[in-house]
Design a protein around this ligand. Sequence first.
Ligand SMILES: [Zn+2]
Length: 177
Amino acid sequence: MKWLGGIAALALVLVTPVAIAQPAGELAAARQVLGQLQGRSFSENREYCGYIGRLDDGSFMATEVTRGGTDSCLSRGDESRFLEITASFHTHAGFDTEADSEVPSTSDVEGDLSEGVNGYVATPGGRLWFIDGRTGVATQLCGLGCMGQDPRFIAGDAGPIAQRYTLQELRARESSW
Ligand SMILES: [Zn+2]
């Protein structure tokens, strides 16, 4: 036990200083667009999604948003104005006791990794997640209620939610769900 504890403490020391590869403008654009979408996403129980890109003046902006299904969303926004697409974003629709929607799904992470973009996910509980498009690590940028909250949301219903998940940890969580 002592040995395992030592390993865990060492791992924590090693991972803590790793900076999140995320430009401030990208985060600001994601926060703004997701904040505007949460209410609709809850009341219609639909995901909304899109992309964020960098313009030639260096600023970041979001595409038009696309309304998806209850657990999927394929962006139809126009990305042609961007110099570079840097991130995807989506909401997780309304609260559903049958869905593990307080964390990003493995397909969320796999999608961002395969496209080489970061990802931002807002949940029914009001959490905001950042998916690093290079490592696939998902980090909670802010916790319960920081992005609004579905009035039907029941805190704790999906079990404990960590601050950070690797893709492997999300796979393990999904297979035990
Ligand atoms: Zn998702």
